[in-house]
Design a protein around this ligand. Structure first.
Ligand code: PHE
Ligand code: ZN
Ligand code: CA
Ligand code: ZN
Ligand code: ZN
Length: 282
């Protein structure tokens, strides 16, 4: 896969921060900053030649939106999907959670166009609404698919928090959840191995948007740099950073701003997304 410039991902995070600042400080479900985030990501994808669709749903009395972007071509009977949630909590702008996954996915999608990649499989990217209300948007999407359309999805890769300020390098464990995929786990581990970065497996269970795909029997995988968990001294020795401190001290807080991001973790994880998408869809 291509080397995605982290400067482009950081510029996207600056834009998501500006959207939050202009809309009461957050990008939460049912708030204007959420729809503004959807419209901005959509405009970038449309300009690059993606076929985009906004899927609406209702949750807690407000309209929510999923953004689905298909790259034209490839075998529609073999779909590779990658996604993450675009909504924040109402407490803050949600830049690490999950501006990072959203922006990393966006830059990988834009690289499909700029690189001239012609995947054998069909590629689909997704930005989910209302994850913070209980995985609402991704669950709505999976439930909206016919049995046949579900069976056409070969893989779903999830990216939720990939630039934590005191980062760990976690890969979703194939055995840690239903429908965990050893092939997806190993593809992601393989990327980090190739750049000499040690990883740990994590059992993310039902904590993010892959859960609805897993329940539907679709193979799932993903990466994560940590949330409220505390980095151990062994982890600080292999990854650097601060032992005894949370991976993200600003998790779900107003301080989850554009300064709450580790650029190296964001760079490595974005390149891992690109590597996995290129490998799995080729
Ligand atoms: N889904 C959690 C949130 O948005 C974060 C998380 C991601 C936790 C992945 C565990 C694994 O708050
Ligand atoms: Zn690669
Ligand atoms: Ca890079
Ligand atoms: Zn969250
Ligand atoms: Zn999240």
């Amino acid at each position: 896969g291509p080397d995605i410039p982290v400067s482009a991902v950081q510029a996207d995070l600056g834009r998501l921060q500006s959207i939050a600042t202009a809309n009461g400080g957050n990008r939460a479900h049912g708030r204007p900053g959420y729809l503004a985030s959807v419209n901005w990501v959509k405009s970038k994808l449309d300009a690059a030649g993606f076929t985009t669709r906004v899927q609406s749903f209702t949750s807690s009395g407000a309209t929510g939106y999923n953004l689905i972007a298909d790259w034209p071509g490839g075998d529609l009977n073999n779909v590779v999907m990658a996604g993450g949630h675009l909504d924040s909590v109402s407490a803050g702008p949600g830049i690490n959670d999950n501006g990072t996954g959203s922006a990393g996915l966006l830059e990988v999608a834009l690289a499909v166009r700029s690189s001239g990649f012609q995947p054998t499989k069909h590629l689909r990217f997704a930005w989910w609404g209302a994850e913070e209300l209980g995985l609402v948007g991704s669950t709505y999407y999976v439930n909206s698919l016919s049995t046949t359309d579900r069976s056409r999805i070969d893989a779903y890769l999830n990216f939720d928090m990939i630039g934590s300020p005191n980062p760990g390098y976690f890969v979703y464990s194939a055995s840690g959840q239903p429908s965990g995929s050893l092939a997806l786990q190993q593809t992601l581990q393989g990327y980090f191995g190739s750049i000499g970065v040690p990883t740990e497996l994590t059992s993310v269970g039902g904590r993010s948007d892959h859960a609805a795909f897993a329940r539907a029997g679709i193979p799932v995988g993903g990466t994560f740099t940590g949330a409220e968990g505390i980095k151990t001294s062994a982890q600080a020795q292999k990854w650097g950073g601060s032992a005894g401190v949370a991976f993200d001290r600003c998790y779900h807080r107003s301080c989850d701003t554009s300064s709450n991001v580790n650029a190296t973790a964001l760079d490595r994880n974005t390149d891992a997304i690109a590597h996995a998408v290129w490998t799995l869809a080729a």
